[in-house]
Design a protein around this ligand. Structure first.
Ligand SMILES: *Cc1c(COP(=O)(O)O)cnc(C)c1O
Length: 349
């Protein structure tokens, strides 16, 4: 059996999704004439209570368009140390927008509003870099799929807005946060000036993300999207996949969460120090292997020979992610393989 838990990006579009894509009415989106893209942008903007949205090929581009709208060259964005915008977008904010970043560390990536506010330096004058935006990731990917506490988001919004600092939500997996917490999308989004969402993670679309904001910012971002080379034509076929994902796959995320929890419990039973199942909020399980005599790369190799693929993200940190293409049989098999490998690693000292 082959069970790919490296990421929720590895899902393959289902036959039903491909069917819907093949039937989608399309037009030239650079001319604003793709009705399927237009309806998706309107639908998702309304879902989050924002005025408008712009479809992008990747979540990175959605984040970068948002950052571009909030931070001017020579200013800074601050974010958690392990956030996607600073670790996984290859320096795009510096390269494209000419901005700098500073980071604060947080256990499991969990937001405490005091952390960013302590390092933020708004209107820093002519000698120091001015902080003009703060990014929050929800759920936090490298933090282990952590759902951010709404009270801390509200507090951050309150304090940042007092000093004129804008907020960006990297909501690549906001779908999972909503599923786990029951907090409405509009409630999450209302504290942020810009929001990015992905259709190609747990929702299972092959491609597609969106940046949401005011009409004014989205109109400007559209120009930058074209400038960056991502003005696309008959992409209604991609927007149709996102529509389908919202209709059909969004309600299935709770199953991914249940399966991640099950795998975490089996790993915990085999080696208690690697994961606390009560800290597995969503579909991501982070394994802390620091108490075991194997590196995460060695551990990933041990389970790979049994057909279970996981990601080694740090010397002692491995990550596994449940998704649409992992059913109960795959879950059970993966849990058995992981538990056996952990037990084996424990005695191999
Ligand atoms: C996947 C992801 C993105 C976007 O990634 P792309 O591969 O560019 O689509 C952004 N933020 C987070 C937290 C992610 O996990």
């Amino acid at each position: 059996m082959r069970v790919d838990l490296r990421s929720d990006t590895v899902t393959v579009p289902s036959t039903a999704m491909r069917e819907v894509m093949s039937q989608a009415p399309v037009g030239d989106d650079v001319y604003g004439e793709d009705v399927t893209v237009n309806s998706l942008e309107e639908r998702v903007a309304a879902l989050f209570g924002k005025e408008a949205g712009v479809f992008t090929p990747t979540g990175s581009l959605a984040n970068q368009l948002a950052i571009r709208m909030l931070v001017s060259p020579g200013e800074e964005l601050i974010a958690e140390t392990n956030s996607h915008v600073v670790r996984a977008e290859l320096g795009a904010a510096a390269t494209f927008s000419g901005i700098t970043t500073r980071t604060w560390p947080a256990r499991r990536g969990l937001l405490n509003a005091d952390d960013p506010m302590e390092i933020a330096r708004p209107s820093a004058g002519p000698y120091l870099v001015s902080t003009t935006a703060i990014a929050v990731e929800n759920t936090h990917n490298f933090g282990g799929g952590t759902v951010q506490p709404l009270d801390q988001i509200a507090k951050l919004h309150n304090e940042a807005s007092k000093v004129g600092i804008a907020l960006h939500l990297d909501g690549a997996r906001i779908w999972n946060a909503h599923t786990a917490s029951g907090v409405a999308f509009t409630e999450y989004a209302k504290y942020f000036d810009t929001v990015s969402v992905c259709f190609s993670k747990g929702l299972g679309a092959p491609v597609g993300s969106m940046m949401l904001s005011t009409k004014e910012k989205v109109t400007k971002a559209r120009v930058w999207r074209k400038r960056y080379g991502a003005g696309m034509r008959q992409i209604g076929i991609l927007a149709a996949a996102a529509h389908y994902a919202l209709d059909t796959n969004l309600p299935l995320l709770a199953e991914d969460h249940r399966r991640a929890k099950f795998i975490a419990e089996k790993c915990h039973e085999a080696a208690a120090s690697v994961v606390n199942p009560s800290e597995v909020d969503t579909n991501i399980v982070g394994l802390d292997l620091s108490q075991l005599p194997v590196s995460s790369a060695e551990f990933a190799q041990m389970v790979k020979v049994e057909g279970v693929l996981i990601s080694s993200l740090g010397p002692n940190f491995a990550r596994l992610v449940t998704h649409l293409d992992i059913d109960d049989a795959a879950m059970t098999y993966a849990a058995e393989v992981l538990a056996a490998a952990l037990k084996h690693a424990l005695v191999s000292k």
